[in-house]
Design a protein around this ligand. Structure first.
Ligand SMILES: C[S@@+](CC[C@H](N)C(=O)[O-])C[C@H]1O[C@@H](n2cnc3c(N)ncnc32)[C@H](O)[C@@H]1O
Length: 273
């Protein structure tokens, strides 16, 4: 009964409450576990015969979250480039890019100081670093990066327009912006409008909702086992429903019924701007 009431209460509260700075600060402090490095819903190819991403067995448990990064990073060649990730969370995506896609430098920036401290303790390495910063006022000089990546973070921002203007400012001419995130169907058109009216040129846009649903379904057993082991009982409902978003969760149901949609966009800053 208590679980039912908590579940209903959490459904009534705006999602924004769970994705606030305080929430990410709290989970980075409460769960400093090294093996949990990603906080996205994941990505799976729909074709069962598609070639499997070759990963170190130590990374296998986070395969689907890594595949979301691999998918979004496929929008540009990152080798030898200076890459910035905005909303780098617990650092697993930036660490994957640094190790497998060989940028010259990889920098992660996140609003949560606890998450950044965790990243610097667990992942920082030659050419890979993390710092605290706000997507809407990036702490970098103009034209500092060749590529900016943004994975499942922009739904937390006060102004996506300010963020896109900041991305344009910190990118070098000809640089790429590689983006992916989820929205309620009612605000998806607004997101598309924000992207297409930004100073960046839209190269490609793709709905990846079905790929995300498949990843959530494939991940269910691993996530539930982890939640049972690590999450206190009073937190299992919000964590299962919104953060892990396993099959049967509110988030999964929203994606399945079309209430929420997941979009990828590849964009570029024009040469000479
Ligand atoms: C759902 S998590 C995704 C993290 C990471 N991209 C991943 O896929 O694992 C969203 C992240 O965005 C960060 N974030 C939220 N608002 C932000 C802002 N205004 N500036 C920078 N980061 C922000 C949060 O602290 C959190 O780490």
């Amino acid at each position: 009964m208590i679980q039912f009431i908590i579940r209903q209460l959490f459904r009534l509260l705006p999602l924004r409450l769970f994705i606030s700075k305080r929430y990410y600060e709290f989970i980075a402090r409460k769960f400093p576990d090294e093996f949990w490095t990603l906080m996205n819903f994941g990505y799976s190819e729909l074709d069962g015969d598609a070639a499997k991403l070759d990963l170190d067995p130590a990374l296998e448990s986070e395969r689907y979250g890594i595949q979301l990064y691999h998918h979004v990073a496929s929008g540009a060649d990152l080798k030898g480039r200076d890459v910035l990730e905005v909303g780098s969370g617990r650092g697993g995506g930036a660490a994957y890019i640094h190790r497998y896609l060989l940028p010259r430098t990889m920098t992660g920036v996140d609003l949560s100081a606890n998450a950044v401290a965790l990243c610097n303790a667990n992942h920082a390495h030659n050419g890979l670093s993390f710092r605290v910063g706000n997507a809407e006022a990036l702490p970098f000089e103009d034209a500092s990066f060749d590529v900016v990546i943004n994975v499942e973070s922009s739904h937390c921002y006060g102004s996506v327009e300010n963020f896109l203007s900041e991305v344009h400012r910190v990118l070098r001419p000809g640089g790429h912006f590689l983006f992916t995130d989820v929205r309620h169907y009612r605000t998806m058109d607004l997101l598309k409008e924000q992207l297409s009216s930004s100073p960046l040129q839209l190269l490609e846009q793709r709905d990846i909702t079905r790929n995300v649903i498949k990843a959530l379904e494939l991940e269910k057993p691993r996530k539930l086992a982890l939640i049972a082991k690590r999450v206190p009982r009073f937190m299992t409902t919000p964590v299962t429903d919104f953060t892990a978003a396993t099959e049967d969760s509110t988030v999964w149901r929203g994606l399945l019924t079309g209430k929420s949609q997941y979009l990828t966009a590849f964009m570029r800053k024009e040469n000479g701007t």
